[in-house]
Design a binder for this molecule. Sequence first.
Ligand code: Z5A
Length: 213
Amino acid sequence: MAAGKFIAKGSFIVFEGIDGAGKTTQMRLLAGVLESLGLTVLCTREPGGTGIGTRLRELLLDPACRDINRRTEAFLYAADRAQHINQIIKPALQRGDTVLCDRYLYSTLAYQGGGRGLDTDFLLRLNTLATGGLEPDVVVLLDLPAEEGIGRVLGHGLPDRLESEKTDFFRQVRRGYLEQAARRPGIFRVVQAGAPAGEVHRRVLTALEIKID
Ligand code: Z5A
């Protein structure tokens, strides 16, 4: 097995995509491969990668908070991110762990920007404050049509606040992601995610230049 330029001790890898894109599934599969390469892997997520973040997540995804102001929502995601980076991500990277993160600031740009129409400059300024400029080595964008993603998640119980949004919203979110990927080809790897999980896993490995003999 050989790993390309993105995979090393202390690499920071982010998975992005609309709801149901398969981020959790693909992170778990990749973590297994990286561990077999001898790396110590930390899997984490946003929102909710810390104790404080878990409480923010409950608030953010609560259907009763449907009337949240879109700027308030952006500030809460940024607050979750600031706590997550300082408590979890930076210490792990400093230890030499390989960090796999389910969502990061690109979710804010896609959902609060593309989906809710907040100004990109405002979101970037807010998130530069929250992240201190910390960027991942690579962003794996799992891309699939909004209808497919929604179809996958609606199988698992009551929809949370964001899952109940209209399909159009998720189309705009998807567009927001694809625009980011087009603007930042150096950091984004777009993987077509509308295939069985094993096939998507192979595509992720190819995107990350990991070769299995
Ligand atoms: N949000 C935001 O607005 N702004 C921000 O800055 C941040 C987040 C950080 C987090 O919810 C919400 O917060 C999210 C965006 C918003 N929107 N919502 N809702 P979350 O963490 O609960 O939701 P998620 O990240 O979208 O997770 P998810 O819905 O579970 O999707 P996933 O992790 O991408 O997929 P999965 O869990 O791996 O798979 C979902 C289902 O599909 C499951 O039943 C799998 O068995 C199935 N699956 C997975 N892969 C496949 C394939 N290849 N084929 C068929 N079925 C599959």
